[in-house]
Design a binder for this molecule. Sequence first.
Ligand SMILES: NC(=O)c1ccc[n+]([C@@H]2O[C@H](COP(=O)([O-])OP(=O)(O)OC[C@H]3O[C@@H](n4cnc5c(N)ncnc54)[C@H](O)[C@@H]3O)[C@@H](O)[C@H]2O)c1
Length: 255
Amino acid sequence: MNDPGTTMSLHGRHALVTGAASGIGRATALLFARAGAAVTVAHLARADEAQALVAEIVASGGRAQAIDADVSRSADVASLVATSAAALGPIDVLVNCAGIIQQKPFLETSDDDWRRMLDTDLGSVFLMCRAVLPGMVQRGDGVVINIASDLGILGRAEFAPYSAAKAGVIGLTRALAREFAPAIRINAIAPGPVDTQMLSTASMSAEWIAKEKDIPQARFAAPEEIAATALFLASDLARFYCGQVLGPNGGSVMP
Ligand SMILES: NC(=O)c1ccc[n+]([C@@H]2O[C@H](COP(=O)([O-])OP(=O)(O)OC[C@H]3O[C@@H](n4cnc5c(N)ncnc54)[C@H](O)[C@@H]3O)[C@@H](O)[C@H]2O)c1
């Protein structure tokens, strides 16, 4: 029996996940589809990976669509939300997962570095929430999950814009949780190190990647371990969670 109050079923719901072509977003989209949600796989210029995910979901009997959008741009966000709802219905669950990281000594950080990070990792959450919340308010129901980072709590040398953006995500989550409660539940997840493309030498030194394992559990999480927290927060089991920051982090932060 599927009593919505006692299961993690997302049957009948439409979930939009940003950054869903890879990593944590991909694992979240897949898990949500397995839990019964119709899923919008929002991605930035990663059509092949996004379509492969959609095909995987559809092959196992689910519903999904891929939409290309830069979530740091207001016009893209407006069209993403409209297109997404037109095909799969009103957005019941929004997961803001898209993000970038950059390691740089603070004194070498350019205006462009700062703006790019803040626009992508924090501005996108603002834009997506502003676009999706009106529909949730109208229906008197909805869930938003924002992916922050343990660095938004801890801070880290040479990651100032990222740490600031992720701390901003936590502040934004708490303000919106208060403004839109009780109908809409808004929470954040602040993962520790996760084995994805983000933890790669494309944007971080090998030394820092090695140091990431200096946590009590001494390992990286699999993306699925973060997706599990997202599924819990999306489900009715988490109906008393409001403005919280859950920490699947291997012990990096113990508040
Ligand atoms: N990997 C980690 O250790 C870790 C730890 C804590 C938090 N996070 C956060 O988790 C989230 C997902 O990261 P991940 O680890 O899965 O890495 P990832 O690089 O696999 O995923 C990030 C996704 O965001 C997309 N993206 C980037 N800029 C975008 C834009 N402007 N518009 C739309 N999409 C955009 C990328 O294409 C990519 O698919 C990020 O917000 C990241 O900051 C990651």
